[in-house]
Design a binder for this molecule. Structure first.
Ligand SMILES: *Cc1c(COP(=O)(O)O)cnc(C)c1O
Length: 365
């Protein structure tokens, strides 16, 4: 049977994923690892990533639906719901699916006190606002709130304390230490386990590792730092986004290209059209800025990114032809971190928004 040679495609290198996980393990030492696989594992495919990272001590997702999907796929490890749940029915569902909600707001704690559960909740966490001021209980209230949770008969085992760094990508920033100090003090008073370190802290704040680390981005081989490459930290990119040229033609000097005509050929120009666009999750903010990799060379995007296509300056790649592969990101020459800078965003966003229209092709080599 012949299958269509479909593109664009996101190759997902499961060997690289395992390598990055082993980097987490060796950095984390005795701390246990909660692998963050929310948002479809940052666009890499939650199910395959969870199956591949089976040595994780736990997984973390944002929402109840994600946790239930993982259970249906047969994942057996503890699964933490970083946003917790917001009504009693969802708390019952979480318990029935053996999911572990994070309690980040007093209203969730009151709800837990008032909800009768037939299945107990285990491995629950409380989010402390140690300085980010997004979600969490203030440190001053943390001990009282934790005690209330611990008194709920259907919450079994210790309630761990979690917090999240606002600036861990700024290495040495004093605010990181201030956040950690709040958590260390709470650990002393309560005697329960704490969990703070996201990827940046796993890599640069070993004193923040403590009982559990909680990395996401580094598992996917991407650097959270502006000034340190993934390669320099021995992380391997997991996703390679690629497509093909579907047209090649010549423009005459002075002719406009694409929507708005804001690219005008400064000289006669060989143009290639690749099948990928913002309808695939390739950011329109890359218009006129990013490069792609064709026939072992970088080539510039010219004109605006359309829904299904981009145009590429092929003047220096005269031999490029219809059908030639085009790499959008995921190699040493074209790291997704560099594209994120061009797009004025972070690499988290670029990989996470790759759409369902782009097939994930799992490679295990
Ligand atoms: C997404 C997330 C993480 C993972 O952060 P990375 O920077 O991707 O390592 C950890 N903790 C919380 C609460 C998160 O929302």
């Amino acid at each position: 049977m012949t299958v269509p040679d479909d593109y664009p495609v996101a190759d997902i290198d499961l060997g690289a994923l395992r390598h990055n996980f082993s980097r987490v393990k060796s950095l984390a030492g005795r701390a246990r690892v909660m692998s963050v696989i929310k948002a479809d594992a940052y666009g890499h495919g939650m199910q395959q990533v969870a199956t591949t990272l089976r040595d994780s001590d736990a997984f973390a997702v944002a929402r109840l639906e994600e946790g239930i999907a993982l259970r249906r796929q047969g994942i057996v490890q503890p699964i933490v719901l970083l946003e917790g749940v917001s009504n009693s029915g969802d708390l019952v569902l979480a318990a029935e699916n053996r999911l572990s909600p994070v309690f980040h707001h007093p209203s969730q704690i009151a709800m837990a006190e008032q909800t009768a559960l037939t299945t107990p909740l285990t491995f629950c966490w409380m989010m402390v606002d140690s300085g980010m001021h997004r979600l969490g209980i203030r440190p001053q209230q943390a001990e009282a709130m934790r005690a209330r949770l611990a008194a709920c008969p259907h919450l079994v085992g210790d309630i761990g304390l979690m917090s999240h760094f606002a600036n861990s990508d700024l290495v040495g920033d004093a605010r990181n230490q201030a956040q950690l100090d709040h958590m260390l003090a709470l650990k002393q008073t309560s005697g329960v386990e704490i969990c703070l370190a996201n990827s940046a802290a796993v890599m640069t704040m070993s004193h923040a590792h403590q009982d559990w680390v909680r990395p996401g981005l580094m598992l996917y081989g991407i650097s959270p730092f502006d000034d340190r490459s993934a390669e320099a930290m021995d992380l391997r990119p997991v996703m390679q986004l690629r497509s093909r040229l579907i047209a090649v033609y010549d423009l005459y000097r002075g002719e406009q290209l694409g929507y708005g005509g804001d690219w005008i050929a400064p000289r006669d120009t060989r143009v290639g059209v690749a099948s990928i666009g913002y309808g695939d999750g390739y950011s329109r903010h890359l218009s006129n800025k990013a490069s792609v990799w064709i026939n072992d060379r970088l080539a510039r995007i010219i004109g605006r990114v359309s829904m299904d296509t981009i145009c590429i300056d092929l003047n220096d790649i005269a031999e490029a032809a219809i059908g030639d592969p085009v790499l959008l990101w995921g190699s040493a020459q074209l790291p997704v971190e560099a594209l994120a800078r061009h797009a004025g965003t972070i690499p988290y966003e670029l990989v996470t928004v790759v759409c369902g229209r782009v097939r994930r092709n799992y490679i295990d080599g």
